[in-house]
Design a protein around this ligand. Structure first.
Ligand SMILES: NC(=O)c1ccc[n+]([C@@H]2O[C@H](COP(=O)([O-])OP(=O)(O)OC[C@H]3O[C@@H](n4cnc5c(N)ncnc54)[C@H](O)[C@@H]3O)[C@@H](O)[C@H]2O)c1
Length: 363
């Protein structure tokens, strides 16, 4: 399938490099509001660059790959679907739940597919953990922690303003990795509570954009508890207000028969440790037999292209993304309204990848 890329910024080159690995997918054209950015990406990867309207109207393009900033995700998704194209977007799926639902409804009406990042849970690290959980290594998961603690993106990103606007903040920026990974492991979320805060109303660039300031419109320290339909209770903290921490970017799950320490869900690999009651007296490490352990951003798009061609479900689908969006919006609401929010949406756990795949294979 031929994809056209809209949004030729920071993350676009990772998608371009990785698309070459998968046989079902070819990214052939690109566009951006900033024509210079589209031209630069086109030159780097031998693409045709065009305007956004030109790409949407192009009969050769089957899928729009939407790598714009979060505030433009829904607008571009809707335009793509209205132009008769399938669409795959970077996270977050939308900024408001109603907008996410609108995208799903339009895709259903048009008989088109919608997919969304993150796809990091398809990496070897989290696929290994999925198998360990499904095989019952730690028994029934009772509880867990998921921490993403850092001091924000103004120290490295050339244009960090969007991280502090609606649709940014640590929850909408990094939460999708953690919540999607947890749904992959445990299934859908039933209810949430949360208490959130922010350290300042103004961020200042560090190293890049030195002395430039960025208004903060969103909470930057989010402290939530998620109860899953399975019964598991997970404490999720995402923060842009932490200068230093003790390696808290990972997930830990506590089961009836042991514990599992999982890799950072923003990565495709990482150390996996487990404790098995009656078997060990401290953490033990385990091998990861799965493929896709390097930065394979775009594998979710390739899986969607394969799914459309082979007429099978694809893993990074709109229903999963909309459930994750529902959880994030509910975390914001739970804090604002000082109440417990029951999650209305649900989704299937995405199918695990087969162990033994070769590079480029998904089935
Ligand atoms: N940078 C990263 O490391 C990273 C990693 C994973 C995911 N993401 C996600 O990818 C998305 C893009 O991030 P980025 O860092 O590449 O941002 P960026 O600001 O570097 O690039 C975004 C590009 O989209 C273009 N754009 C914005 N609105 C547009 C519109 N309406 N039509 C056409 N073009 C438009 C901008 O001109 C810009 O070139 C975000 O949703 C982000 O959360 C980023």
């Amino acid at each position: 399938m031929k994809a056209g890329l809209i949004g030729c910024g920071n993350i676009s080159s990772a998608y371009m490099k990785n698309a070459k690995v998968f046989q079902h997918l070819q990214i052939t054209k690109c566009a951006d509001l900033r024509d210079g950015a589209a031209k630069e990406l086109a030159e780097q990867f031998q693409l045709q660059h065009t305007t956004v309207d030109g790409l949407l109207a192009d009969p050769e393009i089957d899928i729009i790959l939407n790598l714009t900033t979060p505030q433009a995700h829904v607008e571009i998704d809707m335009a793509a679907l209205n132009a008769g194209k399938h669409v795959y977007s970077e996270k977050p799926f939308a900024l408001e739940l109603e907008d996410g639902k609108k995208v799903i409804a339009l895709a259903e009406k048009k008989g088109l597919s919608v997919g969304c990042a993150p796809d990091t849970f398809l990496g070897g690290g989290h696929q290994t953990c999925r198998k360990l959980i499904d095989d019952g290594l730690i028994g029934k998961v009772v509880a867990g922690t998921a921490f993403m603690l850092c001091h924000g993106h103004e120290s490295w990103h050339p244009a960090p303003a969007f991280y502090y606007q609606q649709g940014g903040g640590p929850l909408f920026d990094m939460g999708p990795y953690y919540i999607t990974a947890l749904v992959n492991l445990l299934g859908p979320v039933r209810k949430v509570v949360a208490v959130n805060t922010r350290s300042t109303d103004l961020r200042t660039g560090i190293k890049v954009n030195v002395n430039k300031t960025f208004p903060v419109e969103v909470d930057t320290h989010i402290s939530a508890i998620l109860e899953f339909v399975s019964g598991a209770v997970i404490t999720l903290i995402t923060s842009f207000d932490v200068w230093m921490h003790s390696d808290y970017r990972d997930i830990e799950l506590y089961g009836t028969d042991g514990a599992l320490h999982l890799p950072d869900p923003n990565c495709f690999n990482g150390e996996i440790r487990f404790f098995k009651s009656g078997l060990s007296s401290s953490w033990a490490t385990t091998d990861n037999p799965f493929i896709y352990n390097d930065n394979m951003r775009g594998i979710g798009l390739a899986d969607m292209a394969a799914g459309i061609e082979l007429n099978r479900p694809y893993r990074c689908n709109g229903k999963l993304a909309c459930h994750v969006l529902d959880v994030m919006c509910s975390i914001i609401r739970a804090d604002r309204e000082e109440t417990t929010i029951t999650i209305e949406s649900t989704c299937e756990r995405p199918a695990p990848l087969r162990n033994g795949l070769k590079n480029g294979e998904l089935d």
